[in-house]
Design a protein around this ligand. Structure first.
Ligand SMILES: Cc1cc2nc3c(=O)[nH]c(=O)nc-3n(C[C@H](O)[C@H](O)[C@H](O)COP(=O)(O)OP(=O)(O)OC[C@H]3O[C@@H](n4cnc5c(N)ncnc54)[C@H](O)[C@@H]3O)c2cc1C
Ligand SMILES: NC(=O)c1ccc[n+]([C@@H]2O[C@H](COP(=O)([O-])OP(=O)(O)OC[C@H]3O[C@@H](n4cnc5c(N)ncnc54)[C@H](O)[C@@H]3O)[C@@H](O)[C@H]2O)c1
Length: 457
């Protein structure tokens, strides 16, 4: 049985760990799918390339209120799809080739890894290997909900929807989180009639309640949004797919050309038989790790979606850097920093958030104040004739330290970054607002004004 110094399972963020500082180690990398993982192949990167294209497609309709009569002549789906994947697929293939052929100290196994004993791994290629140390970076995959006949009817997930042969006329999206609302924006902007099916009373319900309510209001004006619905059965009739729902008015059926399922992602731990090597799991299936990304088994680290509370690429990247350091310096380990993890939903409008929501602050019994500022109240908001966007900041009234921030509106994902910086480095609201220049008349003025209107003690 071949023995390695280090085995890495998963080529998403885990693949960034071995650099030239690991040249003295004999390393195996095991990958069951496409090289490069979720973000590169079916996640952040292609979705945002589609989102940017969708923003362009939506621009003519949005320009009308500014007095510009533009018209969207068409969307060349196959060309868009092939442009995007024509860029991504070679990166994945190049990464694979580099690891498999050009890295003298790395052996790539292309199979589904599964533990068969303590630190003993069946690589799914016919070869079983052992190692001193492991990094489990095997990510997550889409949850398939229990809807009768859904497999027979046929559906897409985020793994397949971006490679459609042709643009459908109608699409049903089951779910109301990040994936559902980003793809609703993409496909609706390309002219697809989108029906969004949500269980709760708002979309994006993990967001601050005021933000989720505002987003839901806007979404209802653009898409067919059905709230309080449970999908019970799917059915294929010729070219169409029908989804049977139960809702406040009883049973109903929606019909479309395609169904996209986007109801969350689950960690890939079930594929790994981790009990065989003694790695402990949380009740939700994630691997338990400590602040150094160590699992319950000595020498086995885990990182990214398979262990993290946050299914976000910037978190997986951060944890990969921590694991990298801790593998190289076991006598001087670093901790992961999960204090202020921001996230953005690249839908339309965009949403960005960091820290506590108002509901979380209340539930924790924390004393707080809030201030909200509309895009419509700042100069650039006038320029855009924005009527729906706002920034909400939550702060400690005594110290002025920021507890959370929530933004809905244009470029929210960029506008929030100075707040993430202030929170990370302990800058209070007054110092942040008045201790620096804010470019006039740029969008971050919305943050400056919100900070200034916080009713601090
Ligand atoms: C549609 C979509 C859009 C997203 N957009 C964003 C975004 O805009 N911003 C953001 O921050 N995050 C985004 N994310 C989340 C982000 O993609 C993930 O958080 C991140 O990719 C997780 O990285 P990872 O390294 O933990 O796992 P992955 O990148 O999923 O890598 C895990 C790898 O392990 C392999 N694997 C699994 N099991 C085994 C096994 N048993 N044996 C061998 N190999 C195995 C998998 O095939 C995979 O290649 C998005 C996700 C999706 C689905
Ligand atoms: N821009 C980004 O950073 C980005 C983009 C896409 C995905 N992601 C990451 O990937 C994760 C997964 O995305 P997602 O949208 O699949 O999950 P999500 O957790 O964001 O949302 C899932 C939604 O599905 C709903 N749901 C669950 N079961 C359901 C059912 N049976 N029927 C109907 N609705 C149901 C939930 O109420 C929830 O609103 C996200 O949580 C996020 O961390 C990030």
């Amino acid at each position: 049985m071949r023995h390695f110094d280090l085995v890495i399972i998963g080529t998403g963020s885990g693949n960034s760990i071995p650099d030239e500082r690991f040249a003295h180690l004999n390393i195996a990398i095991v990958e069951k799918g496409v090289f490069g993982g979720t973000c590169l192949n079916v996640g952040c990167i292609p979705t945002k390339m589609f989102v940017h294209t969708a923003d362009q497609a939506a621009a003519p309709a949005n320009a009308k209120k500014l007095g510009v009569d533009a018209h969207l002549d068409g969307v060349r789906w196959p060309e868009i799809r092939d442009r995007i994947f024509g860029r991504i697929d070679p990166i994945s293939e190049g990464g694979r080739r580099w690891r498999a052929q050009d890295n003298a100290n790395v052996t790539v196994y292309e199979g589904t890894a599964r533990f068969v004993g303590p630190k003993t791994l069946d690589t799914g290629t016919g070869e079983t290997i052992t190692a001193d140390r492991f990094v489990i970076a095997a990510g997550s995959r889409p949850v398939i909900p229990e809807v009768a006949d859904i497999e027979e009817a046929g559906f897409h997930t985020s793994d397949t929807i971006m490679r459609l042969e042709r643009l459908p006329q109608k699409m049903i999206i089951l779910g109301s989180g990040f994936v559902a609302t980003e793809f609703a924006h993409v496909f609706a902007s390309f002219g697809v009639e989108v029906t969004l099916i949500a269980r709760g009373d708002v979309l994006l319900r993990a967001e601050d309640a005021e933000i989720a309510e505002r987003f839901t209001e806007i979404a209802k004006s653009k898409w067919d949004v059905r709230l309080h619905r449970k999908a019970v059965r799917a059915e294929r009739t010729g070219d169409k797919i029908r989804l049977h729902l139960e809702g406040p008015d009883g049973a109903e059926v929606v019909e479309a050309d395609e169904l996209l399922v986007a109801v969350g992602r689950k960690p890939n731990t079930d594929l790994l038989d981790l009990g065989k090597t003694g790695v402990a799991l949380h009740a939700d299936g994630r691997i338990e790790v400590d602040e150094f990304q160590r699992t319950s088994e000595e020498g086995i680290f885990a990182m990214g979606d398979i262990s993290s509370e946050y299914q976000l690429k910037h978190v997986a990247n951060h944890e990969a850097r921590v694991v990298q350091h801790n593998l190289l310096h076991p006598e001087d380990m670093r901790k992961s920093d999960h204090r202020y993890v921001p996230a953005a939903v690249f839908s339309s409008p965009q949403i960005a958030s960091v820290g506590l929501t108002e509901e979380q602050a209340r539930a924790k019994g924390i004393r707080y104040v809030t201030a909200s500022q509309a895009y419509a109240s700042i100069a650039y908001g006038w320029a855009m004739e924005d009527t729906t966007g706002f920034t909400k900041i939550i702060a400690d009234p005594e110290t002025g330290l920021l507890l959370g921030a929530h933004i809905i509106g244009p470029q929210a994902s960029s506008v929030i970054q100075p707040i993430v910086q202030a929170m990370s480095f302990g800058l209070d609201a007054r110092s942040m607002a008045r201790g620096q220049y804010w470019i006039h008349p740029a969008m971050p003025e919305i943050v400056e004004n919100a900070l200034l209107s916080l009713p601090l003690d």
